[in-house]
Write a protein that binds this ligand. Sequence first.
Ligand code: ZN
Length: 323
Amino acid sequence: MADHRILFLSKKYLSVLFLPILVLAVGPRPSAAQQAQPRPAEQAQVRTIPVAPGFYVLTGRGTNTGVSVGDDGVILVNAGFAQMQPKVVEAIGKISDKPIRFIINTDWHDPNTSANALMARLGVVIVAHENVRKRLSAERIDPGNTEKKIPPYPKEGLPAVTYSDDVTLHLNDEDVYVFHPANAHSDSDSMVYFPKSNVLNTGDIYYSNNWPLIDLPSNGSVNGVIAGLDRALKIVNADTKVVPGRGPLTTVKELTEYRNMFVTIRDRVVSGIRAGKTLDEILATKPTAEFEEAKKGTGELVITRTGADVVKWFYQDLSKMNR
Ligand SMILES: [Zn+2]
């Protein structure tokens, strides 16, 4: 029995270790033009990346799913798009034979919550900030197309457990710390820190290789992003691995640089507003110039926003308080 178990585990490890290599070997990287749209779900692959003992990241169609595995079961940070759910469940089955117990949604947006109902049918409990439940219960504005309204989710897709400032889950020998950066990427954000694995999942407050979204219709704000990042940076240490909402895994050093970029762009936009400049006049000063190259975006779900889009959000948000 014991031998069988060891063999079983090593097979799992082998598949995890070789999967990224196989995926990389499939073909050349797509060109920038081919990346303009997300890959259709049926073609998209789920890749399993070992991050720390007992912790993995699944990537698929541009999203990152944090996975903690251990004796108590599986905890997910987001579950990706609904269309990818069968492939996500299959990939988890290769790294753990335990049930998926919890999913933490890091905000209400579809790429993070659209698999909720499918997962809830498997008995998974969805945990999120209380505004995720509020927003998914009602018609809401699509932040990617503010003309578009999204209908309410069915009841089974709503988080069953909600919190207001922070909550801790005690599983897999971890004290999983979930906290709410207020009015940051949206008003429904969570960041999730696994202290034993030493992994921070930032949610969409941070994309490692692309411009972020500030969902102003959902009460997102520039200063909320900076305050949220500052709160996270107080919790982590120099060795913490950082799982962004989108893009490759990074480090605390890169997260700090991202926070500083936000402050730099904010200060430039605010000084333009205080000098009485219009949005176009501020854009002409190129407040994002030195960051453009790093934020061009790569990967399966390329977000076509630009530095100019980000400056528009900064201007819209910051002009309220600086005129
Ligand atoms: Zn989001």
